[in-house]
Design a protein. Structure first.
Length: 364
């Protein structure tokens, strides 16, 4: 059960999926139907839905919807497996940096293989697969709640004086970027719920304004004390205001702890280091890709120039201007204090070992 209906990024029941169109927020709250994997690919690519965890859940559920409606056309388990594998690989191409969709694809493809060994009825096989895919919805929400608890506790414990805390975040990592609650914004929500939050500063997040459009919408909705800044104000903010922590999300964390996140994250991490402010990544383990050893292996998505040169279709730059518009940057592990996951809080250099030992425990 998703826990905040107004901010619900994804609505799902078997055979039916719709998403809150984030391109129309904050002006209009419009749900658009997703009938197929193709619809989801387009919605993810155009950023009607965005945020690494929400992208993955939307992709997986679009496949569940398509599988549910085309089950009569799939005549064997092998045909189901081909169909599912092809569609998952296609979905993984919609936004290349956000690793959660590719991770979800790998998890589902792994699940297909053991099932094929069993002599199971085709219809039961499809039902079981649908159940498995639908679990992504509840897992994401549970993971976020857990990240929120670990993160709020860590930031609180790091500041022993009883005063309320002021934090800074970037982009949108809240209910809209996930199934609900959020990752970095979930930590902020939990601090507020614990009565430990004085104020959250957040960047407007140029060029696509996920901060001013979406994080602002969530913070106003939840009545969390906040103050928006332009991205260029972060240095002065850290120099002149007491900031107890910076907490941001992730699109891909590699084995050594290097982290790709929304463009502008890297400069915040450098500023935080200079001003001796702890810098946290809050991300589910589905955003961690241990097959990539360092951030140099992360593919950085380039977005269309119009996302930089226009706002709501209105030109804000000189006609004909040439632009460079990478959607993400990579923050080196050396600038990251800790990575807050649903399994606990890890230093970048212990991340790989801890995750491998968790995976071992699950498989035994
Ligand atoms: O381009 P976007 O809006 O999809 O970028 C989103 C981010 O960078 C988020 O910080 C990240 O996906 C984590 S969302 C919980």
């Amino acid at each position: 059960m998703q826990d905040n209906q107004t901010l619900q990024s994804i609505r799902y029941q078997r055979g039916l999926l719709s998403i809150l169109d984030q391109l129309q927020l904050p002006d209009e709250s419009v749900y658009i139907p997703i009938h197929s994997v193709d619809d989801a690919w387009k919605a993810i690519h155009t950023m009607s839905i965005r945020g690494a965890p929400a992208i993955a859940v939307c992709g997986v559920l679009s496949l569940a919807v398509e599988l549910h409606h085309s089950r009569s056309k799939l005549e064997s388990i092998a045909a189901v497996q081909h169909f599912v594998t092809d569609q998952l690989n296609y979905l993984s191409t919609a936004r290349p940096t956000a690793v959660n969709m590719a991770e979800a694809a790998a998890t589902i493809i792994d699940y297909l293989i053991p099932l094929s060994d069993k002599q199971v009825d085709l219809s039961l096989y499809i039902d079981d697969l649908l159940d498995f895919m639908e679990k992504f919805l509840e897992h994401d929400l549970a993971d976020n709640r857990s990240i929120g608890r670990y993160g709020a506790e860590t930031i609180r414990n790091n500041n022993p004086s009883p005063q309320q805390l002021t934090v800074l975040t970037h982009c949108n990592t809240g209910s809209l970027a996930t199934v609900g609650f959020g990752t970095a914004l979930g930590v902020v929500r939990q601090l507020a719920a614990n009565n430990d939050l004085k104020l959250v500063y957040f960047t407007e997040t140029r060029p696509y304004n996920q901060g001013s459009r979406l994080t602002a919408y969530e913070l106003v909705h939840d009545r969390i004390p906040h103050s928006m800044i332009c991205d260029s104000m972060a240095g002065l903010l850290m120099r002149t205001q007491p900031i107890h922590a910076v907490v941001v999300g992730a699109d891909c964390v590699t084995a050594n702890g290097d982290t790709a996140n929304k463009i502008g994250t890297y400069q915040l991490a450098i500023l935080a280091k200079y001003h001796h402010i702890p810098f946290y990544i809050a991300a589910p383990t589905t955003s961690i890709d241990l097959t990539k050893k360092t951030g140099a292996e992360i593919v950085i998505e380039q977005r269309p120039s119009r996302e930089m040169t226009t706002i709501k279709g209105i030109n804000i730059a000189a006609e004909g201007v040439q632009v460079w518009n990478p959607a993400f940057d990579v923050t080196p592990a050396a600038l990251i204090t800790s990575i807050i996951t649903e399994h606990g809080v890890f230093k970048p250099d212990e991340l790989e070992e801890k995750l491998l030992s968790l995976q071992k425990k699950v498989s035994t």
